[in-house]
Design a protein around this ligand. Structure first.
Ligand code: UD1
Length: 431
């Protein structure tokens, strides 16, 4: 069956969750989706062989591999489970069929333009001028000398057979994939590129480490100013993807919400300091070891926490939906304010259907804690909303059905196995 047929098959899968049990045990955290995607696309910057370890088995990763193959790369897994990417890209077109399923494909634009001197990348579905624009990606490349036009739903870029030129670029808004796209493009540009107001997420640092391994000259990643001195070419090598801090945060919240005890292995606590602070504020007992984090909520009340999302190192928007469940069953009232994305409260209506007392006022949700949640049939609307509904299902007494879990498969590796290992009852119902 083709990749797209497979995709159609999983579109109708559902999760059936029987809640009411405390999660207890250990879970191994996978490589970060948001680091794996730019790094996979960054392999376009060399013709040499790249070996990637700790690549999560996710739908978005499969989509990215599919895209790399279309562009000319050979991708395979070796006997150790590492992803091996070889060959040279020769096709400049990132087609709509793939890009529409994964917005991160916009990050093909920088590497394609830098390596081939031209690119045609479909605009991510419905996002062009709406809630998630890509203007910063485009403006940055134009500052580096690319000619860019928008034509029939495609962003077409060309350098007229010249190398991109280093430039100083101030991001009007802090953008994670925008910063990554420009970092990748700048590695092969002539001269120095300075990205001001750059994103500081750990995944930016992981991408910079990967690019440095390839021979790129990058400084300042993890701060708001990133400086890249372009080089003539980049070489191959090996890299291991950083742990997924959002996956770890999600299991920790699931442990807290079910009054359980969970140890997340293979993750360094420095990746999620703000989330851990908020979990402590919610009254969780947190124990940190070198490469693991344990949360214990047995016999402890959940206390409400006020949250405002903002770019790293502040509270991540990707953990907002999961904390909504915690506040929904906390002892008292709290507020959750979303400042990164409009319309990222789609999970609120579903939680209300499960008995939560939540009120939306603009970009803030007022949460009044209730005793518990009721099982219900609910619909996932995006990746992190799905995680929120799965946690809610684990909390609620009775059987919850979460529909449209294909969102979940984009970002959580083997989620039902991991939850079952922790004692949760969850089944995938094939559509
Ligand atoms: C990345 C993450 C996503 C996370 C988000 C915010 C990946 C693959 N995805 O998404 O999980 O939720 O960061 O932490 O890493 N914006 C513009 N113009 C642009 C680009 C962005 O106005 O050209 C705006 C967006 O609409 C949004 C804000 O900037 O309001 C931040 O978005 P951005 O950081 O770009 O999100 P992504 O990189 O798409």
């Amino acid at each position: 069956m083709s990749f797209l047929h497979n995709l159609m098959g999983i579109l109708v899968d559902k999760f059936q969750i029987v809640g009411g049990k405390a999660l207890d045990g250990e879970v191994v955290i996978s490589g970060a989706k948001n680091a794996a995607l730019p790094i996979l696309l960054g392999t376009m910057l060399t013709k040499e062989k790249i070996v990637l370890k700790n690549v999560p088995d996710l739908r978005d990763v499969k989509t990215c591999i599919e895209l790399l193959k279309i562009l000319g790369k050979e991708c395979s897994y070796d006997e150790n489970g590492s992803l091996v990417i070889e060959g040279k890209i020769h096709n400049k077109v990132a087609p709509y069929e793939l890009v529409k399923t994964m917005r991160a494909s916009i990050m093909a634009l920088g590497p394609l333009t830098a390596f081939l001197g031209e690119a045609e990348v479909s605009l991510p579905g419905g996002c062009a001028i709406g809630a998630r624009p890509v203007d910063l990606h485009v403006k940055g490349l134009v500052a580096m000398g690319a000619n860019i036009t928008l034509d029939e739903g495609y962003i077409r870029s060309s350098t007229n057979n010249q190398r991109l030129k280093g430039a100083t670029f101030v991001m009007d808004k802090v953008s994670v994939t925008g910063t990554e796209n420009l970092m990748m493009a700048a590695t092969l540009a002539s001269g120095t590129t300075i990205i001001e107001n750059a994103a500081r997420e750990p995944e930016i640092v992981d991408l910079a480490n990967f690019l440095r391994m390839m021979g790129a000259d990058i400084k300042g990643d993890g701060s708001t100013t990133i400086t890249i001195n372009g080089v003539q070419e980049l070489k191959g090598g090996e890299h291991s993807i950083v742990a997924d801090r959002i996956e770890a945060g999600t299991y920790l919240v699931a442990a807290a919400a079910t009054h359980g005890r969970v140890t997340c292995k293979n993750v360094n606590s420095s990746l999620l300091e703000t989330v851990l602070l908020k979990l402590k504020e919610a009254n969780a007992l947190i124990t940190i070891e070198e490469n693991s984090i344990t949360l214990d909520m047995r016999g402890r009340d959940i206390l409400p926490v006020d949250i405002t999302t903002a770019p790293h190192p502040a509270f991540p928007t990707d953990m907002q939906a999961q904390f909504m469940v915690l506040n929904a069953i906390a002892k008292g009232t709290s507020t959750i304010t979303e400042t990164i994305f409009e319309n990222r409260f789609m999970h609120v209506a579903e939680l209300i259907r499960m008995g939560a007392d939540l009120k939306i006022k603009g970009n803030t949700v007022m949460c009044t804690g209730v005793e518990s949640l009721n099982a219900a049939q609910v619909m996932a609307t995006d990746l992190r909303a799905s995680a929120c509904l799965v946690i809610a299902g684990l909390v609620a007494h009775g059987t919850t059905i979460v529909d449209r879990i294909y969102h979940m498969d984009r970002g959580y590796e083997h989620i039902e196995n991991k939850i079952r290992q922790l004692g949760g009852t969850i089944e995938r119902i094939k559509g």
